[in-house]
Design a protein around this ligand. Structure first.
Ligand SMILES: [Zn+2]
Length: 406
């Protein structure tokens, strides 16, 4: 339950820094308490925004209607029609109900049947997500910015209520983000959390579910400002050993496969740990994994494809104003007669990231040369950073050879 002190060396705790911020998407964030926490429950509102639209009758034609003047929407004070159900709620209601049924069947089935219902409920989940996206989209036929604002205002209110109710039930809120809360309390049990979910649902009229209880979870600081909490960088292991991670290197598209694989191996090792003590003990094995990859990098015991960086292309090579590595790769491919369209990806090998001649910095795939040369130091940094994300910064003992100074 307590924040483990060794991780605090790495991720110092601020004076219970409480920051409620409205993100650009309109969701509410309660900045996480950095470091490792044991026995933490994550509870999530299920399809929060579509639920809000249906529950509060939010639609382009119901918001600010001329017939029902009562101010309703929190913060904004907009009125909403009470006489007619809007087109959007009327459309979403059956999808929400169907998803609820699929989810319950998923929970009560096994094997192939479980998988079937899991896929069906996930398909509906994304359908509901894009409905919200479109609600605020100016050019959408059913879009209206005030409707979008009303949804996020109700969303913030519900998350805030959930936090207050959790605290009233003796829980400590470690982190909250848009529609999810991470909570803990001494001797926490699953039935207590389920009781809390029922209480929140009664109060907010929005279903909230137990996503799972983590054996341990780590909230990571910002990559740029090392002592600063950020909303969406964390990883943890549930009681059944399943991992959940956000904002880590292995989840990023532009992380080379070798680095992704290394970090996933490290996390798999750690996922079996029951608590912070075991976690700490296992960091030795994590360092061995790291060492193995550093050795492979140094001796060249790998395929070059494992080192490719993937980047999405937004425009044509000639349209890039800055000579970044993506633009370089794109132009190398264009010179070779290979056309890459915006929306597609380029893959490149980092040859010498500090080279004065920009052309020598990278080589686009599949135009790799046979010389076998790559920027070992750059890839080493990527591996070290990936390890640091999961076991903290432990200084030079990670490395087999001293780092070259530029
Ligand atoms: Zn009305």
């Amino acid at each position: 339950m307590e924040i483990t002190s060794w991780l605090l060396d790495v991720y110092p705790l601020h004076d219970r820094m409480i920051l409620w911020v409205r993100t650009d998407k309109g969701g509410l964030t309660f900045q996480p308490v950095l470091g490792m926490h044991e026995s933490v429950a994550e509870i999530d509102f299920s399809s929060m925004y579509p639920t809000v639209m249906v529950r509060h009758n939010i639609s382009a034609e119901t918001i600010l209607c001329p017939c029902c003047p009562v101010s309703k929407v929190p913060e904004a004070g907009y009125n909403i029609c009470e006489k007619r159900e809007g087109l959007v709620p009327r459309t979403l209601r059956p999808i929400l109900e169907r998803r609820k049924i699929f989810k319950s069947r998923m929970k009560n089935s096994q094997g192939a049947e479980k998988e079937l219902y899991s896929r069906r409920q996930t398909a509906l989940k994304w359908l509901l997500v894009v409905c919200f996206g479109y609600l605020g989209y100016r050019n959408a036929r059913f879009g209206r910015i005030e409707a979008h604002e009303a949804v996020t205002a109700y969303g913030r209110e519900k998350l805030l209520r959930a936090k207050e109710i959790s605290e009233a039930h003796g829980f400590r809120v470690l982190h909250a983000l848009t529609d999810a809360l991470w909570i803990t309390k001494a001797g926490m049990t699953r039935p207590q959390v389920l009781d809390l979910c029922a209480a929140i649902e009664r109060d907010t009229a929005a279903p909230i579910e137990l996503e799972g209880i983590y054996k341990w979870v780590v909230f990571l600081p910002s990559k740029v400002k090392k002592n600063f909490p950020v909303a969406n960088r964390y990883f943890g292991a549930f009681e059944d050993g399943k991992l959940k991670a956000r904002g880590l290197a292995f989840r990023r598209d532009d992380t080379p496969p070798l680095v992704k694989e290394a970090q996933q191996k490290m996390l798999n090792l750690l996922s079996t740990c029951g608590n912070s003590r075991e976690y700490r003990e296992r960091t030795l094995e994590v360092r061995e994994v790291l060492q193995g990859y550093l050795t492979r990098l140094h001796t060249g015991d790998l395929k070059k494809e494992e080192l490719l960086v993937a980047k999405s292309v937004r425009q044509k090579g000639s349209e890039y104003k800055v000579d970044n590595l993506t633009a370089l790769a794109l132009r190398q491919l264009e010179d070779a007669g290979i056309e890459i369209h915006p929306g597609e990806k380029v893959h490149y090998l980092i040859k010498d990231s500090g080279a004065k001649n920009k052309e020598e910095r990278i080589r686009a795939f599949p135009l790799l040369s046979a010389d076998g040369f790559y920027d070992e130091e750059k890839y080493r940094d990527l591996l070290l950073n990936a390890a640091e994300e999961v076991i903290g910064k432990s200084g030079s003992d990670f490395m087999d050879t001293p780092k070259r100074t530029p």
